[in-house]
Design a protein around this ligand. Structure first.
Ligand code: HEC
Ligand code: HEC
Ligand code: HEC
Ligand code: HEC
Length: 130
């Protein structure tokens, strides 16, 4: 009887730890596959939920913008393209600002200005398994 109780409790513990590890793995993040050797865990970013909370649902081009001859084309949106299609990994004279700067400027600028949302490295690049 005692052994059975013990096994039962251990099963519950195993289930609970497995489940909490799983839910941590499941936090949606930005896609960092364009970076060849990422130095950090991909940043937390739950696209639709975030944009709803930040009141950006009607302003896709705030992030998915379109430029022509270095001029921003208002109200046109490039949501079909990844940021990395236009922003190169390394800075170059003829192209847009490098990818990492593009992400950081877009994400952090608003958090600083509005005093909402994370601004510290570890708040966005959250390590998964702890
Ligand atoms: C507001 C959220 C946010 C904050 C704060 C932030 N980052 Fe990022 N960072 C991103 C996003 C989004 C990307 C692009 C894809 C990804 O890695 O998730 C990125 C990309 C990167 C990359 C390139 C990809 C890689 O892993 O090599 C590095 C390096 C990086 N960040 C380091 C930092 C450091 C260092 C800090 C603090 C000084 C920082 N970040 C703060 C959101 C953030
Ligand atoms: C706060 C910035 C931001 C806003 C606002 C935003 N997005 Fe995005 N969206 C992103 C980022 C970052 C990615 C990842 C792109 C990448 O890695 O190149 C993305 C990816 C996407 C993708 C590609 C998804 C995939 O699985 O490949 C689509 C489609 C998209 N967004 C549509 C929209 C639409 C529609 C809106 C407006 C209702 C919108 N986005 C508003 C930042 C934003
Ligand atoms: C269709 C090409 C294209 C796509 C897709 C694109 N960008 Fe850009 N982006 C540009 C160009 C061109 C510039 C202007 C660079 C210059 O003035 O030298 C720019 C400028 C920027 C700037 C600096 C100006 C500003 O608005 O503050 C940021 C930040 C930026 N992009 C972030 C992003 C992010 C994040 C994504 C993905 C969600 C993205 N871009 C997708 C082409 C693009
Ligand atoms: C125009 C403003 C704006 C931009 C651009 C923006 N954010 Fe935010 N972000 C917010 C606001 C506002 C909150 C706080 C939402 C709340 O909890 O009410 C927030 C919260 C967050 C949080 C905390 C978790 C959450 O969803 O509430 C993360 C993580 C985050 N942002 C990541 C990002 C990343 C990554 C980008 C760039 C791809 C980004 N943000 C671009 C305004 C912005």
């Amino acid at each position: 009887m005692k052994l059975k109780q013990c096994i039962f409790i251990m099963m519950i513990l195993l289930f609970v730890t497995a489940f909490s590890a799983y839910s941590k793995e499941d936090i949606p993040t930005a896609d960092n596959s364009a970076f060849k050797h990422p130095q950090r865990p991909a940043a937390v970013f739950d696209h639709d939920e975030h944009n709803e909370k930040a009141n950006l649902e009607d302003d896709c081009s705030y992030c998915h913008h379109v430029y022509e001859n270095k001029k921003l084309i208002k109200d046109e949106s490039s949501e079909g393209s990844s940021c990395s299609e236009c922003h190169p990994l390394k800075s170059s004279l003829k192209n847009a600002i490098p990818l990492r700067t593009a992400f950081h400027k877009r994400c952090k600028e608003c958090h600083f200005k509005s005093d909402k949302g994370p601004v510290l490295c570890g708040e966005c690049h959250v390590k998964k398994a702890r």
